[in-house]
Design a protein around this ligand. Structure first.
Ligand SMILES: *Cc1c(COP(=O)(O)O)cnc(C)c1O
Length: 474
């Protein structure tokens, strides 16, 4: 095995920075609004501002809040601003984390430990709607808290009639989302929280994606039911800064209604030879640059700025929804409120993954959903400038797929189609794990769903399945 060699003598800064620039050549074109996930980009000027704020604290460490009081101050102010935006009370408190997943993981750990301590719960479970973000399933695996799945109905919202029966004496929390990621709908938080309260179980609202846009939409006069700390049974909320807060990557928050609950999130070990140790969340070293960039962004954009961004985002979403109605065979899934939408084909002869593949031919980066098969779009203010082109290309893509239905049986459309439909989910899981792990081998391979070479057993099974499906649809 040939490992990369660390340069013997360090290289000139300019060379290295040039390399960095060239590495990005094949990345998604997010600055041109071609990407509908992962990145929340305003413009180059804002990126420069983020870099400059980040750079000032790039080496600073939030691990010890007594040492870096600058970072603690920023954290306190960010949490306080959030507590106001989310209508918290005088006891609302919270912690900055390095991302939404850390925030979600922390909620699960907190409520598991709280139930263990207060109610001696030894085999914890939590109630997750099927549409809960995948981070919650990760938390389940990491912290040994079993998932009790709240099914979604035909309208793609949680079936609340099933909620009371799912809660038992081992239930440590109920989850609602504002909005959920797959379809962008706000869960019925008031009803869920009332049921949770009846059973004396905490309810966490995952507003990782909504926390920095829903409050401003509301200020702009958009009408939707309350989902934040105004709802009595809501005990905690997670909200990301690095999504609609337009901060640099690595910044999220988790807020609790009261300090007694937050205490269960914290870790203290007093016997360590390295010293008495206390930590508020998952990480040890905490990235000062990300916290500084987040604080700076809130100050720079301000309420009016976020309201304007929310307005532009909603306008782009409305155009998307209207455009979808004009394209025969496509329909928005459910009734999204906010910046996320998913759409699918309502025509058996129109394969949505083939439409996605066509859109990629036109230079768009596409995201696919399953259950049902669909295309996902996370819309930002930046997309207002490209939404018209997107819809025009989408219309063309649909027409092309109608003329060439065989596109569905080739390339990425076929791969995604089988991945979401092959009934042997365990095999899909194994295959994905193997492809994924390969990327992390020393000198790792690049990710490619259309890997050449010997077909695996799963691929042979899938190929048979695809052929069968193709015969059936003819
Ligand atoms: C993005 C997201 C998360 C996870 O956040 P990361 O910052 O990607 O770790 C959790 N929940 C919801 C609803 C999200 O949209």
């Amino acid at each position: 095995m040939d490992h990369q060699i660390l340069p013997q003598n360090g290289r000139p800064e300019a060379d290295v920075l040039e390399d960095l620039q060239s590495f990005a050549a094949r990345d998604p074109h997010y600055k041109e609004g071609r990407l509908w996930s992962l990145v929340y980009h305003l413009d180059d000027a804002h990126d420069r501002f983020l870099s400059s704020a980040y750079a000032q604290y790039a080496s600073a460490n939030g691990l010890n809040p007594a040492a870096f009081q600058s970072l603690k101050r920023m954290e306190t102010e960010v949490i306080s601003i959030l507590a106001g935006l989310l209508n918290g009370g005088p006891d609302t408190c919270g912690v900055m984390t390095a991302g939404g997943t850390e925030s979600c993981l922390m909620a699960v750990k907190t409520y598991r430990d709280m139930a263990r301590k207060r109610r001696k719960v030894r085999r914890p479970n939590m109630i997750l709607p099927e549409t809960a973000h995948v981070a919650w399933f990760k938390a389940s695996e990491y912290f040994g808290v079993k998932v009790r799945l709240l099914p979604i109905g035909t309208d793609h919202t949680p079936d609340l009639s099933k909620l009371p029966k799912l809660i038992n004496s081992n239930t440590v929390m109920v989850l609602g989302s504002a909005p959920e990621y797959p379809f962008g709908q706000i869960d019925p938080i008031e009803k869920m929280a009332a049921t949770a309260q009846d059973h004396k179980v905490p309810l966490h609202v995952d507003a990782c994606v909504g926390g920095f846009i829903l409050p401003f939409m509301e200020m702009n006069g958009v009408d939707f039911p309350p989902w934040d700390f105004r709802v009595p049974g809501v005990t905690s909320i997670s909200a990301d800064l690095h999504k609609y807060g337009y901060a640099a990557k690595g910044a999220s928050t988790i807020l609790y209604r009261d300090l007694e609950t937050l205490k269960h999130q914290m870790f203290v070990y007093e016997e360590w030879p390295g010293g008495i140790f206390a930590s508020p969340a998952l990480l040890g070293t905490r990235p000062g640059g990300a916290y500084a960039a987040a604080w700076a962004t809130l100050q720079k954009i301000g309420t009016d700025g976020y309201r304007a961004l929310a307005r532009q985002t909603c306008e782009a979403v409305e155009q998307m929804k209207a455009g979808m109605e004009d394209i025969d065979g496509l329909a928005v899934i459910g009734a999204p409120t906010g910046p996320l939408i998913a759409y699918r084909s309502i025509d058996k002869k129109l394969d949505i993954f083939a439409v996605a593949a066509q859109m990629e031919q036109s230079g768009w980066s596409m995201n696919r959903t399953q259950k049902p098969d669909g295309i996902h779009a996370m819309v930002t203010a930046q997309h207002l400038a490209v939404v018209e082109q997107y819809l025009a290309d989408l219309k063309d893509a649909v027409e092309t797929v109608r003329r060439h239905p065989e596109i569905a049986r080739t390339g990425s459309a076929a791969t995604y189609g089988m991945m979401s439909h092959v009934p042997m989910r365990g095999m899909v899981r194994k295959r994905v794990l193997n492809i994924f792990a390969e990327m992390y081998r020393a000198g790792g391979a690049e990710f490619d769903l259309n890997t050449a070479g010997k077909p695996t057993m799963l691929e042979r099974v899938m190929a048979k399945y695809v052929a069968w499906k193709a015969r059936r649809s003819r």
